[in-house]
Design a protein around this ligand. Structure first.
Ligand SMILES: C[S@@+](CC[C@H](N)C(=O)[O-])C[C@H]1O[C@@H](n2cnc3c(N)ncnc32)[C@H](O)[C@@H]1O
Length: 206
């Protein structure tokens, strides 16, 4: 999703809106440096686990119903996706208590985060900005991007689609606003594509 190179993996990461995913757990085991923030991390592991159990089948059924919106090449079927997602969530849950003690999982919510300026080398945001374009307006997106650029030298956002695998309604206006503010950005193609057409990330630099 983020075209991370071996040298990128040595950086100090913020994962924003990481949810019950395995990036933090995997990178930490490899000796990497990563903090994840999410409003979900206000809850304890048992509650998050229950929440996953409650919604997992519904989410997988939605994917099955909207199967044509996704590319089934790397991942061959909704059943395989279900196994991959469950494995990632299990890795997250196994790591969560330790990670919380080590402050690798912290409660936080855009558009305002409690980190000092330039705390991180690289902030990654997957499946939050742009994806929920119907729920979060243009101002929320611009404030969130500005906040991420305050605390990280570089920000990468993936994908640039909203729900329904449509191009996000906010991408064009946000790129115009970034250009007006002379913010250094590029839209870069990546190898990963699961939502059809979702193979681009927005890269922003301080
Ligand atoms: C679809 S999930 C994406 C999880 C993970 N990034 C991934 O790609 O698998 C969206 C995540 O954004 C989190 N979230 C919702 N509102 C947020 C906010 N205002 N700031 C940060 N994260 C938020 C949710 O709790 C959820 O974990």
């Amino acid at each position: 999703m983020f075209a991370l190179s071996d040298s990128d993996l040595k950086k100090k990461f913020l994962g924003c809106g990481d949810g019950p995913a395995a990036f933090n757990s995997e990178l930490s085991k490899l000796g990497g440096n990563v903090v994840s923030v999410d409003p979900l991390y206000g809850e304890n592991g048992a509650d998050i686990s229950q929440r996953i159990d409650d919604i997992f089948t519904t989410v997988m059924n939605q994917i099955e119903q909207n199967k044509t919106e996704f590319c089934w090449s790397e991942i061959s079927s909704p059943q395989e996706l279900s196994k991959i997602r469950k494995h990632a969530m299990d890795m997250f849950l196994l790591d969560y208590d330790l990670g919380r003690k080590q402050s690798r999982y912290q409660f936080g919510a855009l558009p305002k985060l409690c980190f000092t300026d330039n705390t991180f080398d690289l902030a990654l945001v997957s499946h939050l900005l742009f994806l929920y374009s119907e729920h979060f307006d243009f101002d929320w997106h611009l404030q969130s991007i500005t906040e991420l650029l305050r605390i990280a030298d570089e920000v990468r956002v993936f994908p640039l689609l909203e729900l329904g695998s449509q191009p996000s309604r906010h991408v064009g206006p946000i790129l115009d606003a970034l250009a007006d503010q002379n913010i250094d950005f590029e839209v870069r193609k990546v190898d990963y594509e699961f939502q059809k057409g979702g193979n681009e990330m927005l890269v922003l630099r301080n």
